[in-house]
Design a protein around this ligand. Structure first.
Ligand SMILES: *[C@@H]1O[C@H](CO)[C@@H](O)[C@H](O)[C@H]1NC(C)=O
Ligand SMILES: *[C@@H]1O[C@H](CO)[C@@H](O)[C@H](O)[C@H]1NC(C)=O
Ligand SMILES: *[C@@H]1O[C@H](CO)[C@@H](O)[C@H](O)[C@H]1NC(C)=O
Ligand SMILES: *[C@@H]1O[C@H](CO)[C@@H](O)[C@H](O)[C@H]1NC(C)=O
Ligand SMILES: *[C@@H]1O[C@H](CO)[C@@H](O)[C@H](O)[C@H]1NC(C)=O
Ligand SMILES: *[C@@H]1O[C@H](CO)[C@@H](O)[C@H](O)[C@H]1NC(C)=O
Ligand SMILES: *[C@@H]1O[C@H](CO)[C@@H](O)[C@H](O)[C@H]1NC(C)=O
Ligand SMILES: *[C@@H]1O[C@H](CO)[C@@H](O)[C@H](O)[C@H]1NC(C)=O
Ligand SMILES: *[C@@H]1O[C@H](CO)[C@@H](O)[C@H](O)[C@H]1NC(C)=O
Ligand SMILES: *[C@@H]1O[C@H](CO)[C@@H](O)[C@H](O)[C@H]1NC(C)=O
Ligand SMILES: *[C@@H]1O[C@H](CO)[C@@H](O)[C@H](O)[C@H]1NC(C)=O
Ligand SMILES: *[C@@H]1O[C@H](CO)[C@@H](O)[C@H](O)[C@H]1NC(C)=O
Length: 804
């Protein structure tokens, strides 16, 4: 249907529903309908200009501070495709036209009398690079939906910042932005990548949508394009459509190398039937999902066992390129759904089924376009729970300070009585003791790496991240010629990273090993030329006399910090220690973009899939690390929360972290913040909560490991319902109650994909089948005895729904 056709059809719909007042605007509101979505015309809402022709373009003002994006690096459009969705780009390339909606609760009317499955957004958070306090990686926003029956719903989301040292990836990137010289250190052009991101939220599709309300102004979000996916009501079976076929750079068979690898291709399937349709429009018969092509063979078919209306699933298919197909070669692939029981399929694929994609996994290059295709491996996605930032470094710092690892900084900034650390240090050690004097007293004499790795394993962690070097520049590994400031030459005289990694390798080979690595060093003499803000480089002036300078023990004279310290140290962690995770901190000047591709190739040659975060000073990242613990809904990017220690990277804390775990998690956080005692023991009060988590996971792990977040975010919490979170796998669905079900019943009004023959049981309970029912208002009730609830050792009750 072309744009005109839609317009006419819409006019009639509107007349029918007595909304003829809107006929005129109606035709401009719907630009076109295509399989890849219905693009919403934002023209009348544009209130700013992002695309700039140069530093003197005064119309362009992306953020209210006169910053703007170079027009020559923005796509021309009019259509732009990402994640299988077509967007109608704003008029970036018309120098006199506004092209941005700076959000301020604008109400966007939708004149199409249907329900919608999901909203897809090109947007960015307008964070302020020159204002560290505001320099967030992301913004939290929400869109509100108003339906024609007057009901409303809210969908929260996280969107990455347009500029940051710690990038969120996004489909539109420019290599620099036009800066405001007044606030950007005199610069007219800032050579940092700027990003416009993609987010999607599900829309409850029972009712036709009347309007979308954009986030309030204080969310500071710029919106560029909106596309809606419509429901398809007029059919009796499941309305399955393929939203996207996405080749990945991951492989399924860990350990395999080269052409032996089974590449993962992801297929995003939507069931576009309206939420309210009968279950005959659900997919209820298990299907294989295969790809047919002359360039590849499907080795491991994807599986879809259940897909309810208004839902989405991402299916993983394992393929191998055929002999002679050069990796990266484009090929046409056709998606096929094959039911287990041929006579009983209730599903058919509508719309487009053939995609043109590059096939195979190419070797890595040390450049942005190659590095940006790297992504976190399945072991990382499946693992969920890692133990992060086991700080041995501050172990020699005086305990009792909340941020022991920032001691060196807070001793010097500010160097006066308004710094509690400065006062504490003076009172406890006297003015003559300098930070580096602590090194000699850190012995790690009782440190037993086996005790740590055993504890990680007992806690149910699937990976750990050890601090290999914090901002004070003290390394816990062999830094070779680059520095003697390490635990081998000084203090404990041991290679802490090696000892821990060796222990893990022998005792718990499935535990993935990672390192935290600070890119800058506060007072390293060689960092001076790169210094900025909290990372000045150069030795510290004495905190009490102001004299130059405190010692920087172990420093070896080098020509350049990046080339001679940072790069060789990263390479040592890659090639000598075989780290699986590079968890950088702070970002900024970095060797990573010049060596990351080599690391990926090296790991791949061993069949290993490694992962890096978004603080490595690169223009891309495998996962983002927002330093807070609550999401309205998870960011589109892969993510990990890391408040102090990250004990709970569970799928379900995509919402609020389990409040009831606060006791456990705060004690665990202390393990990190206070550090183990300076002789290396982990005191028993700190072991206990980790072991409790381990016990819980040993019974309820099915609800966590290997699961994915559900596309449908939980409905708002209504009085009388249980506070729940959801995770999914191919064959089961999990409801995790974070408040104790009251009166012998768990109650939720989320549209759970449950059918009469399904079994429900409490993980860690008696294993009995539980009785459940759904009432006429859609509330699911699961009967559960108090005695069953009492069998679970932590206040988190995981219910497993096994699809019949
Ligand atoms: C911007 O304007 C200034 C002052 O008029 C001029 O000197 C400069 O060349 C202009 N820059 C560009 C890129 O046009
Ligand atoms: C640049 O920033 C300064 C300080 O915030 C502000 O006064 C000025 O208006 C900004 N310039 C533009 C072009 O917005
Ligand atoms: C550019 O935008 C202006 C202002 O909105 C508009 O009047 C003009 O027609 C546009 N030009 C083109 C070529 O679309
Ligand atoms: C969206 O709805 C929520 C909940 O009703 C409300 O608190 C919020 O203010 C609304 N946002 C906007 C921008 O209207
Ligand atoms: C990004 O901006 C920071 C701060 O101005 C600067 O130190 C850094 O070099 C820039 N990054 C690149 C890649 O130019
Ligand atoms: C994919 O199919 C289209 C349509 O049949 C054809 O034009 C195109 O050349 C094919 N592409 C490849 C890479 O085979
Ligand atoms: C589905 O895939 C599995 C695993 O490859 C295979 O054993 C089974 O035969 C397939 N089913 C159908 C109906 O093709
Ligand atoms: C499909 O076929 C199987 C065996 O071939 C039979 O048992 C089953 O009843 C059939 N199902 C339907 C829905 O016809
Ligand atoms: C401490 O130093 C800071 C930074 O130099 C200064 O702003 C503050 O006023 C000083 N406070 C005292 C109590 O001297
Ligand atoms: C190091 O240990 C010695 C002996 O216990 C003690 O006297 C000294 O104060 C300690 N120094 C520091 C900086 O903690
Ligand atoms: C620590 O490890 C040692 C050696 O493996 C073992 O003898 C000791 O019992 C462990 N201690 C704890 C608390 O696990
Ligand atoms: C639980 O049952 C009692 C007594 O039947 C009732 O008063 C109370 O409202 C119920 N609470 C909930 C949360 O349903």
């Amino acid at each position: 249907m072309d744009a005109r056709g839609t317009c006419i059809a819409e006019t009639m719909t509107s007349l029918n529903s007595l909304r003829s007042l809107f006929i005129v605007s109606l035709c401009s509101l719907v630009i076109s309908t295509r399989a890849a979505g219905l693009q919403v015309d934002l023209t009348s809402h544009f209130n700013a200009k992002s695309a700039s022709t140069g530093p003197n373009d005064t119309l362009a003002d992306f953020d209210g501070f006169g910053r703007a994006l170079p027009v020559e690096h923005l796509p021309k459009g009019p259509l732009f495709s990402d994640q299988g969705i077509d967007f109608h780009l704003p008029p970036f390339h018309n120098v006199s036209a506004l092209d941005t909606v700076r959000s301020a609760s604008q109400v966007i009317r939708i004149f199409k009398n249907t329900g919608f499955h999901s909203l897809h957004i090109l947007a960015t958070a307008v964070t302020q690079p020159s204002h560290p306090a505001e320099n967030r990686d992301y913004a939290l926003g929400s869109v509100n939906f108003t339906f024609t029956d007057g009901s409303t719903s809210t969908a929260g989301f996280v969107i990455g910042g347009w500029w940051n040292d710690n990038p969120f990836d996004g489909p539109i990137q420019t290599p620099f932005f036009y800066a405001n010289a007044t606030i950007d250190e005199g610069k007219h052009i800032e050579w940092n990548t700027s990003t416009i991101g993609y987010i999607t939220v599900r829309i409850p599709s029972a009712q036709p949508l009347q309007s979308i309300t954009l986030p309030a102004a204080d969310a500071a979000i710029d919106v560029f394009a909106l596309t809606l996916l419509e429901t398809s009501p007029h059919k009796s079976s499941a309305r399955l459509t393929i939203q996207n076929v996405r080749p990945t750079t991951r492989w399924m068979n860990s350990g395999a190398t080269g052409s032996g690898r089974i590449q993962v291709i992801e297929v995003t399937l939507n069931n576009l039937a309206p939420l309210s349709s009968p279950t005959s429009q659900w997919l209820t018969v298990p299907h294989n999902v295969t790809l047919v092509s002359d360039a590849l063979d499907t080795i491991v078919p994807g599986r879809v066992v259940r897909l309810r209306t208004n839902d989405q699933i991402v299916v993983k298919i394992g393929v191998k390129a055929r002999m002679g197909v050069v990796p990266g070669k484009e090929a046409n692939v056709t998606v096929k759904l094959v039911p287990d029981r041929r006579n009983s399929s209730t599903a058919s694929l509508d719309g487009r089924t053939t995609w043109t994609i590059p096939v195979g996994i190419e070797d890595w290059q040390n450049d942005d376009s190659s590095l940006s295709t790297h992504e976190p491996p399945d072991w990382y996605e499946d693992g969920k729970f890692g133990i992060f930032g086991v700080y041995a470094v501050p172990a020699w710092a005086p305990s009792g300070k909340q941020y022991a690892e920032w001691y060196d900084w807070q001793l010097h900034v500010p160097a006066n009585s308004s710094s509690p650390t400065w006062v504490h240090h003076k009172e406890t050690y006297g003015e003559n003791v300098v930070y580096d004097d602590f090194i000699a007293n850190w012995t790690a004499s009782n440190w037993n790496p086996d005790n740590w790795t055993d504890l990680f394993a007992a806690a149910g962690a699937k990976y750990f991240v050890l601090t290999s070097k914090h901002h004070d520049g003290f390394a816990l590994f062999d830094t070779g010629d680059s520095s003697n400031r390490n635990s081998i030459e000084l203090g404990p005289k041991r290679d802490i990273v090696k000892d821990l990694f060796e222990s893990a390798k022998t005792r718990h080979p499935d535990l993935h090993r990672g390192v935290y690595f600070s890119l800058p060093e506060w007072y390293n003499p060689a960092y001076g030329p790169y210094g900025r803000r909290d990372w000045p480089g150069n030795p510290a002036l004495n905190a009490y006399t102001g004299e130059c300078c405190d010692p920087f023990v172990g420093y070896v004279e080098v020509a350049d910090f990046i080339a001679d310290i940072q790069k060789p140290q990263m390479e040592t962690l890659f090639y000598q220690y075989d780290t699986d995770i590079l968890w950088c901190d702070i970002g900024g000047p970095s060797a990573f973009p010049d060596i990351g591709g080599d690391w990926y190739n090296y790991a791949a040659s061993q069949g290993r899939q490694v992962v890096m975060n978004n603080r490595c000073g690169a223009n891309q990242s495998d996962f983002v690390t927002p330093e807070y613990t609550t999401f309205a809904s998870p960011p589109f990017q892969k993510w990990e929360t890391n408040a102090g220690l990250d004990p709970f990277s569970y799928g379900y804390n995509s919402d609020t972290p389990p409040e009831n775990y606060q006791n456990a998690s705060s004690v665990i956080a202390e393990l990190i913040e206070y550090g183990p005692m300076s002789d290396g023991t982990v005191i028993s009060e700190e072991r206990e909560p980790l072991l409790q988590v381990g016990e819980w996971l040993s019974k309820a792990g099915n609800a966590i490991y290997g699961t994915r977040a559900w596309f449908i975010q939980p409905a708002d919490q209504t009085e009388g319902l249980t506070d729940v979170r959801f995770t999914t796998t191919t064959s089961a669905f999990y409801i995790i109650a974070l408040s104790r079900p009251k009166n012998g019943t768990l109650k939720t009004m989320a549209p759970i994909p449950i059918l009469p023959m399904d079994r429900v049981r409490l993980l860690g309970g008696s294993d009995a089948d539980l009785t459940w029912s759904i009432d006429e208002t859609g509330v699911l009730s699961v009967d559960i005895l108090d005695e069953e609830l009492d069998l679970v050792n932590l206040p988190a009750w995981a219910f497993e729904v096994v699809y019949a």
